[in-house]
Design a protein around this ligand. Structure first.
Ligand code: HEM
Length: 221
């Protein structure tokens, strides 16, 4: 019985308890600090990326990983208000990732993603298509969550309820198509640390398996 006080409160009361700012802050700041620390260590301290690339190129990796962590964390709570707030923060960080990626998408940053004619390779195209579709699905969930809340007059809607598996599945495709080629060569990992694409994929896989478990088994967990 590892239920959180938040999930218990939300289940026992028709009025959903909103998560405290301290709780949300701990998740958001914790995810950002952990993701930025890992990205800086792997790609800059132990890898080939220059410190000058910290503000956008490395920060983009942190936004992507922290956003994904929050989207997955949102799945782990049962209280809809907690799921919605964590999901919104995850969506905000993914939006920052999307905006930064659009600016960064040039051969100088992603040399292997472009043909000699300056067009995307098929793998890069698939990685970007699945990322864009995941972002669109996330935006649709966000809208549904907002409209549902206003329409019903209750605060019971949850950002990722229902369509979350689609967002996670497309994110998994996004990560496999851009990173899989490097996952099986640990000898080439910077500082022997696994790539963020692999960490993100394992996180998503775990969340999808968790969602696939029957509800009564999840409650026991
Ligand atoms: C729900 C939507 C999305 C999620 C959860 C997501 C998540 C991620 C994650 C975890 C990474 C790995 C970061 C790394 O290895 O550095 C990544 C990489 C990347 N994503 Fe996304 N992404 C999403 C949407 C998008 C969209 C819409 C775009 C395009 C505009 C995009 C472009 C990229 C690029 C260019 C990279 C490579 C970054 C790098 O290697 O520095 N992503 N994404």
């Amino acid at each position: 019985m590892n239920q959180t006080p938040l999930s218990n409160a939300a289940e026992s009361s028709p009025v959903q308890a909103a998560p405290s700012n301290r709780f949300l802050g701990a998740w958001v700041v914790g995810a950002l600090v952990a993701a930025s620390g890992y990205a800086t260590l792997r790609y800059v301290v132990l890898g080939p990326v220059a410190w000058q690339q910290l503000p956008l190129y490395v920060a983009n990796k942190s936004f992507a990983l922290a956003g994904l962590v929050l989207l997955v964390a949102a799945q782990c709570y049962r209280a809809p208000a907690v799921r919605r707030r964590l999901g919104c923060w995850g969506a905000a960080l993914v939006t920052a990732h999307l905006a930064a990626s659009v600016v960064l998408l040039q051969p100088g940053y992603f040399p292997g993603w472009f043909t000699p004619q300056g067009q995307f390779t098929p793998a890069a195209g698939l990685a970007l298509l699945s990322g864009v579709l995941a972002a669109v699905a996330l935006a649709a969930l966000w809208l549904v969550s907002l409209l549902g809340r206003e329409g019903s007059g209750s605060s019971g809607g949850s950002l990722l309820l229902g369509g979350g598996s689609l967002v996670l599945g497309l994110s998994a495709l996004h990560l496999v198509s851009m990173g899989a080629s490097g996952w099986l060569t640990p000898s080439r990992w910077h500082g022997s640390l696994p790539p963020i694409t692999l960490l993100g994929f394992l996180l998503v896989l775990g969340a999808l398996l968790w969602r696939g478990l029957p509800a009564r088994l999840r409650r026991r967990g």
